[in-house]
Design a protein around this ligand. Sequence first.
Ligand code: COA
Length: 389
Amino acid sequence: MSISIGIHDLSIATSEYVLPHTALAEYNGTDIGKYHVGIGQESMSVPAADEDIVTMAATAAAPIIARHGKDRIRTLVFATESSIDQAKAAGIYVHSLIGLPSATRVVELKQACYGATAALQFAIGLVRRDPAQQVLVIASDVSKYELDSPGEATQGASAVAMLVGVNPALVRIEDPSGLFTADVMDFWRPNYLSTALVDGQESIGAYLQAVEGTWKDYSEQGGRALEEFAAFCYHQPFTKMAYKAHTHLLNYCGYDTDKDVIASALGQTTAYNTVIGNSYTASVYLGLAALLDQADDLTGKPLAFLSYGSGSVAEFFSGTVVAGYRDHLRTEANLQAISRRKTVDYATYRELHEWKFPTDGGDHATPEQTTGPFRLAGISGHKRIYQTR
Ligand code: COA
């Protein structure tokens, strides 16, 4: 008999600041309808100078450790595409900030927005090998495009931490997975750039091609029928993309694309992404968090996941919601993470966007802007210094 493995706990964090799209639209003269309706975004999370993927990741993970302890965690997998170091895994800073034991394996994974799904699948493999162990999977990203570029309106920042283990309290992850890889240049970031390069239309086309590719493989591997799924959690670089993807999938499978049916399959998965913006690796799991936090009882219902990472790799898989899951949700804390953000004006956002550490190897403290449990205090001798409050 196969054992049940999946997401036992899930916690989210986002940045200190938020920029409403109305402020961006006012600055660049865009009709707000393009942001609110055209791409489906209301606001974007903006990191303070003293926060980054590590502080958000530790903030998301700490409540999981507080609830479950650390005794069973022997692996931490950190997925990101906005890494802070070319060599050292960002997860090692998190390991230290949340006090995991030295007998832990820590690694960072990268494949654009897909990395967290690879992390989840690798975690399941580790747990299958030793069901006594749990794996802490963290997806944390700051999505940053060049100022005044089309991608700017889709920026965001957040972290999702998930505890993966046997007899999960939230979602049991199932076999098979549908897989798809294609060598495309739709979105990438060379090592010497701090903002991503993107061919927006190409990336939408590549995403839709990956929807077809993963579904075809998923079906060939003996996956569920499309009509079995209660909801679909798509990667959401902007929330309208989930609608484009699902419409495409329905068309590809020969189904009607009724707007109400699509809205009921997706609507509750977009609530967090629409106010946070693109959070790359975390995006699809923010969709799951929003769905579980808001939907009527989903007990026993299969959910579909479509994880897409430009470049590109994608995976379609399913998970079934576990009885009693509502007792384990963090709805209030998740909503609080979003509502606690302070609104910044456009000029402050622009200043934060351009803020960066000098690269001279000197001692440089960051301004104290955050109010959360962890902060990036500065850099000294090219070493990042983190603080716990
Ligand atoms: N009211 C309502 N909708 C409006 C509008 C208005 N006033 N003005 C424009 N729109 C709609 C457009 O019709 C379009 O909708 P459609 O895609 O359904 O046709 C949408 O808003 C976006 O308009 P577009 O002209 O394509 O915007 P853009 O050139 O600024 O590019 C992205 C949009 C998403 C391609 C761009 O933000 C981007 O490159 N993002 C980063 C990459 C990314 O997110 N890729 C996704 C795959 S990973």
